[in-house]
Design a protein around this ligand. Structure first.
Ligand code: NDP
Length: 432
C-alpha cells in the first residue's frame, strides 16, 4: 500500500488475489523464494502520455492516455482500452492485474495489459471521436505491435473507436497486421467477437448452474449495464430459456417483468449503439418501470453485473440473497465489492468472479489474433464452439483448484489456476 498510494482499486484487486494465492504459495516455496507474487503486482512498464485534439468548435482539448504493460510471461500483452472520465492509473492497474490471471485462465498464449484515457465519448460527434482516436494512436503506436501488445475495446471503446484507431495505426506504420482486436469483420475482425464476453459469461454461469443441478430455464435474471457485454448476455439468457427483467445505464434501470425479449433487445441495441440514447427511453416505449440507481433490489434467481467496477455492494448483496438469489456471474470486471462477495459466499450463492466468467471476450480476441496470423476467417459456428469449449475448460480449472467440502470456491479456483501458469513461466524465464 505504501508503494501505491491513491490506488484503492488496484490494492483491492491485489488483496483479493493475495488472500487465496498466499496460502498456495506457502505450500509451494519455489514461488515464494522467487518473489513471484510481488513481481506480478509490479507492472513491467507503465506508459502515460498527452493526447491533444481539436473539438468541433476549433478549441484545443487535452486528455491523458495510458497503457499498462503488466505481464508478458506467457504471451504479448493483451487487454482492452477504456475511454471514460473516471479512468486513472489505479483503475487501469487493477484491470491490467486482473487481466494477467484472466488471460492465463483462457489457456491461450496471451500476457496481460490494459490502457485507455479519461476522454468521455458521450456527447461527442463522430468527427471529434475520430480526431481523438487518431491523436491517441499516434503516441500509442510507438509502444504496441502484433507480437508486442495487442489492445482491444472496453467501456467506451467499441467498433467505431477500434476502426478509427486501426486506420491511424495502419497509416503510421504502413502495415496491415493484427495489432488491435475487435476489428470490423470486413478488415480482419472475428465473427462472435462482439458477442463473446456476454455469451461467455452466460456459458460459464450455465456450467456453474449445471454442476449444482440447475439451469437457466425458467429463471429470472437481473442484468446491469446496457452496453456490449450486457446486450449479448441478455441475448444468450433468452436463448437458454431464462427471462431478463432488468438492464441499466449510469442514469438508472428498467424493470420489465414481462422480460426483455429479442425484439425489445433489438430496440436497446439500436438505442445504445446507433442513437447513443438513454435506457429510460425503453421504459417510455414499453411502459415498464424505470428507477434511478442500480437494479439489485428486484426479486431474481440470477444476477449478471455487466456495467462497471464496484457496482454491487454489501447491502445490495444482502437484499438479493433475502429475495431468492441462486447465482451471480460477473460480466464486468470487479463489479461486486469484497463485502458483497463475502455475503454471497457465506450464504451459499454460486459466485463466479469476472476473471473467470468474463474471459470469453479476451479468449475470442486471441482467436482473432490466430485468424489474422493465419490470414483465414473461421465461421460463426467454429468460433462459437471454441468459445464454448474455452468457457467449459475455465470452469473445470476453477473446480480443480477450488473444490471444497462445501462446494466450489470459484474465487480461489480462478486465482490459483490463473497464477500457476504465469508463475511457472516466470520461474523458467529467470528474474526478469
Ligand atoms: P460499454 O461501454 O459497452 O457499456 C458499459 C455499460 O455500463 C453502459 O451501459 C454504461 O452506462 C454502464 N456504465 C459504465 N460506467 C458506469 C458507471 N460508472 N456507473 C453506472 N453505469 C456505468 O462497455 P462494455 O460492455 O464493453 O464493458 C462493461 C464491463 O465489462 C466493464 O467492466 C468491462 O471492463 C467489462 N469487460 C468487457 C469486455 C468486452 O469485451 N467488452 C471483456 C471483459 C470485461 P452509460 O452508457 O450510462 O455510461
Amino acid at each position: 500500500a505504501a508503494k501505491n498510494p491513491n490506488e484503492p482499486e488496484f490494492l483491492q484487486a491485489v488483496e483479493e488475489v493475495a488472500e487465496t494465492v498466499i496460502p498456495f504459495i506457502e505450500e509451494n516455496p519455489k514461488y515464494k523464494k522467487a518473489k513471484i507474487l510481488e513481481r506480478i503486482a509490479e507492472p513491467e512498464r507503465v506508459i502515460m502520455f498527452r493526447v491533444p485534439w481539436i473539438n468541433d468548435q476549433g478549441e484545443v482539448e487535452i486528455n491523458r492516455g495510458y497503457r499498462i504493460q503488466m505481464n508478458s510471461a506467457i504471451g504479448p500483452y493483451k487487454g482492452g482500452l477504456r475511454f471514460h472520465p473516471s479512468v486513472n492509473l489505479s483503475i487501469l492497474k487493477f484491470l491490467a492485474f486482473e487481466q494477467v490471471f484472466k488471460n492465463s485462465l483462457t489457456t491461450l498464449p496471451i500476457g496481460g495489459g490494459k490502457g485507455g484515457s479519461d476522454f468521455d465519448p458521450k456527447g461527442k460527434s463522430d468527427n471529434e471521436v475520430m480526431r481523438f482516436c487518431q491523436s491517441f494512436m499516434t503516441e500509442l503506436s510507438k509502444h504496441i505491435g502484433a507480437d508486442t501488445d495487442v489492445p482491444a475495446g472496453d467501456i467506451g471503446v467499441g467498433g467505431r473507436e477500434i476502426g478509427y484507431m486501426y486506420g491511424q495505426y495502419k497509416r503510421l506504420r504502413n502495415e496491415f497486421t493484427g495489432v488491435l482486436t475487435g476489428k470490423g469483420i470486413e478488415y480482419g475482425g472475428s465473427l462472435i467477437r462482439p458477442e463473446a464476453t456476454g455469451y461467455g459469461c452466460v456459458y460459464f454461469a450455465a456450467n456453474m448452474l449445471d454442476k449444482a443441478g440447475h439451469s437457466f430455464k425458467g429463471k429470472t435474471v437481473a442484468i446491469s449495464g446496457s452496453g456490449n457485454v450486457a446486450q449479448f448476455a441478455c441475448e444468450k439468457v433468452n436463448e437458454l430459456g431464462g427471462k431478463v427483467v432488468t438492464m441499466s445505464d449510469s442514469s438508472g434501470f428498467i424493470y420489465d417483468t414481462n422480460g426483455i425479449d429479442g425484439e425489445k433487445l433489438e430496440f436497446i441495441m439500436e438505442l445504445k449503439n446507433v442513437k447513443r440514447g438513454r435506457i429510460k427511453e425503453y421504459a417510455d416505449k414499453y411502459g415498464c418501470e424505470f428507477h434511478e440507481g442500480r437494479p439489485w433490489s428486484v426479486n431474481v434467481d440470477i444476477a449478471l453485473p455487466c456495467a462497471t467496477q464496484n457496482e454491487l455492494n454489501e447491502e445490495e448483496a444482502k437484499q438479493l440473497v433475502a429475495n431468492k438469489l441462486l447465482a451471480v456471474a460477473e460480466g464486468a470486471n470487479m463489479p461486486c465489492t469484497p463485502e458483497a462477495v463475502e455475503v454471497f459466499q457465506k450464504s451459499g450463492v454460486l459466485y463466479a468472479p469476472g476473471k473467470a466468467s468474463n474471459a470469453g471476450g479476451v479468449a475470442t480476441s486471441a482467436l482473432e489474433m490466430s485468424q489474422n496470423s493465419l490470414r483465414l476467417s473461421w465461421t460463426r459456428e467454429e468460433v462459437d464452439a471454441k468459445l464454448k469449449g474455452i468457457m467449459k475448460s475455465i470452469h473445470e480449472a476453477c473446480v480443480k483448484y477450488g473444490e471444497t467440502d462445501n462446494g466450489v470456491d470459484y474465487v480461489k479456483g480462478a486465482n490459483i489456476a490463473g497464477f500457476v501458469k504465469v508463475a511457472d513461466s516466470m520461474l523458467a524465464q529467470g528474474y526478469v
